[in-house]
Design a protein around this ligand. Structure first.
Ligand SMILES: C[S@@+](CC[C@H](N)C(=O)[O-])C[C@H]1O[C@@H](n2cnc3c(N)ncnc32)[C@H](O)[C@@H]1O
Length: 300
């Protein structure tokens, strides 16, 4: 409660305030850094409430921009850390986050920052951490994969991303959106699209449709794997050529012309018809398949 009374920066999420701030600081936004700033309080509210924050929780924000989302996060969470690559925005963030002493801005490239030590330094005393961000779209997938593969202690990830990527992350087997990204994300998380976002809520407006997605991080993966890296290798290989059968994709990756006859019984052992395509297999089926394939390759 104290914290809420302390801050003296004004909320900035409106086209007028955003443009005025940028102008006053002489800033021209960089398309190359994915700088499309959110100017709609309703969307900010939807993002923040999906993260289920409270004063005991910590938040990592990626790309605070001029701080519109950061302000709302700081009103609810006990600790906010925001990583921003564009040094020009730092003085502006100092102004918009004035009085939010529990919010820190780190200048850096999120793909290069070591997150584990950062978590130890900033989030040692919180009861849970969320990642909440309006992501720079040119690196959406590498950011999400970095967060998941590093197995950071996260409750959830609530991010604004391209709608097309949100559809791929949340796709179920059987459709054109389902692929290695769906499987990787769903191995670590339970995805849920929170809302679809029109491009009019950004300054400047992006060319693509957007969506807010919530990735609830699983305590346990949905399948038990002996060799996680090999499971993901099998998944990748199965989608190399989407129109090819699982048999053909796996034969090209793991066998030679002479040895590929071994593959059919392996697929059958895993209960998978060789004529199926990679996009029809569930995570459980990929787990069975990678197990059977690893055993067979170890024997040969
Ligand atoms: C879509 S804008 C979001 C800005 C703000 N959070 C908002 O919602 O209005 C993306 C932000 O990410 C920053 N950014 C781009 N690449 C980055 C990187 N590799 N590491 C950290 N921040 C990055 C940009 O400078 C920009 O501020």
């Amino acid at each position: 409660m104290e914290r809420m009374k302390q801050h003296n920066a004004e909320d900035i999420a409106s086209p007028k305030r955003t443009k005025e701030l940028l102008q006053r600081h002489g800033l021209v936004l960089k398309k190359s850094l994915g700088q499309n700033f959110l100017v709609d309080p309703n969307i900010l509210h939807k993002i923040v409430s999906a993260a289920e924050l409270d004063a005991g929780k910590g938040v990592l924000e990626i790309g605070p921009g001029i701080g519109a989302l950061t302000q709302q996060l700081a009103k609810l969470a006990g600790r906010v850390v925001a990583i921003e690559i564009d040094q020009r925005l730092l003085p502006l963030l100092q102004e918009t986050l004035e009085g939010y002493s529990h919010a820190s801005v780190i200048h850096g490239d999120v793909l290069k920052v070591e997150l584990r030590p950062l978590f130890e330094e900033y989030f040692a005393s919180v009861s849970g951490v969320s990642v909440v961000a309006n992501l720079p779209y040119y690196i959406t997938t590498p950011i999400i994969m970095k967060l998941l593969e590093e197995k950071l202690p996260l409750d959830n990830i609530v991010v604004m991303i391209q709608k097309e990527v949100a559809d791929r992350m949340s796709a179920k087997p059987g459709g054109k959106d389902y692929g290695s990204l769906s499987i990787a994300v769903q191995y670590y998380c339970e995805p849920e699209i929170v809302t679809i976002v029109p491009h009019t809520v950004f300054v400047p407006q992006p060319n693509v449709d957007s969506a807010v997605i919530k990735l609830k991080v699983r305590k346990q993966p949905p399948v038990q794997l002996e060799d996680e890296a090999f499971f993901f290798e099998v998944v990748q290989a199965s989608f190399v050529q989407r129109r090819k059968t699982i048999y053909n994709n796996l034969a090209s990756r793991f066998f030679t012309k002479e040895t590929k006859a071994q593959l059919e019984p392996i697929l059958q052992q895993a209960g998978i018809e060789p004529s199926r395509r990679g996009e029809t297999l569930s995570i459980q089926e990929y787990a069975e398949l990678s197990r059977a394939l690893a055993e067979a390759l170890a024997r040969s």
